[in-house]
Design a protein around this ligand. Structure first.
Ligand code: ADP
Length: 203
């Protein structure tokens, strides 16, 4: 069982995925909020059944999976649908985050939550690690990665927490303006620090 849960977050394109992949190379268990958000509505789950009971078969695709673009349409045409969905899904997602962090086997684990600050999920973790870059770098790297345009990415960025809001909650910060080898070094250093912290909590 892990004795320390580190919450990893950062804005779109800051490098969260790259950083969590690097922690994974050290054998650290990674729990990914985006994966959990999909798991709680997999076919056969009570949440998917509740969604179908409310909106009908139209929210399923041919494979019987949740049709996300159809659901987005419903939310767009009726904003109260969003509250209903959040009330249904957020407790399930929190519960899963809790049980998966409890079940983690590495000495500490990482809970990667893109919207950690926005969803106030910092209460679920022992420490908050923020990957930080300038807005210009965020924009440049995301446009390159997603092959999307500046306007689309800027709109996503302005709907997210600000850099200052994130940094205000951080216990640790990885500045990711450097190159890949710089990032590898920073993650290795933090890994050693977290191993020490986890060992101290263990006694
Ligand atoms: P997030 O998961 O926070 O959205 P990613 O880890 O996907 O961010 O990183 C965004 C993009 O920037 C990816 O294409 C990634 O390969 C690239 N990237 C991450 N860190 C660096 C870096 N230090 N230098 C150059 N490119 C980077």
């Amino acid at each position: 069982m892990s004795h320390l849960v580190v919450g990893l977050s950062g804005g779109i394109g800051s490098g969260k995925t790259t950083v969590s992949d690097l922690f994974a190379t050290h054998g650290v268990d990674i729990i990914d909020a985006d994966v959990i958000a999909r798991q709680v509505v997999e076919p056969g789950t009570p949440a998917l059944e509740a969604i179908v009971a409310k909106f009908g078969q139209q929210v399923l695709n041919q494979e019987g999976e949740l049709n996300r673009s159809q659901l987005r349409q419903l939310v767009f045409s009726e904003p109260s649908v969003k509250d209903w969905l959040n009330q249904l899904l957020h407790p399930l997602i929190r519960q899963q985050m809790h049980s998966q962090t409890q079940a983690a086997q590495s000495s500490y684990c990482i809970l990667s939550v893109p919207l950690l600050v926005e969803s106030k999920l910092n209460t679920l973790v022992d420490r908050v690690l923020i990957v930080d870059v300038s807005e210009a770098t965020q924009l440049k790297r995301t446009v390159l990665r997603d092959k999307s345009n500046v306007e689309q990415i800027s709109a996503i960025m302005s709907a997210q927490a600000t850099r200052a809001e994130r940094l205000a909650l951080a216990d640790d910060v990885i500045q990711n303006e450097g190159d890949a080898s710089d990032l590898i070094k920073k993650v290795a250093q933090l890994h050693q620090q977290y191993l020490r912290l986890a060992a101290n909590r263990n006694v």
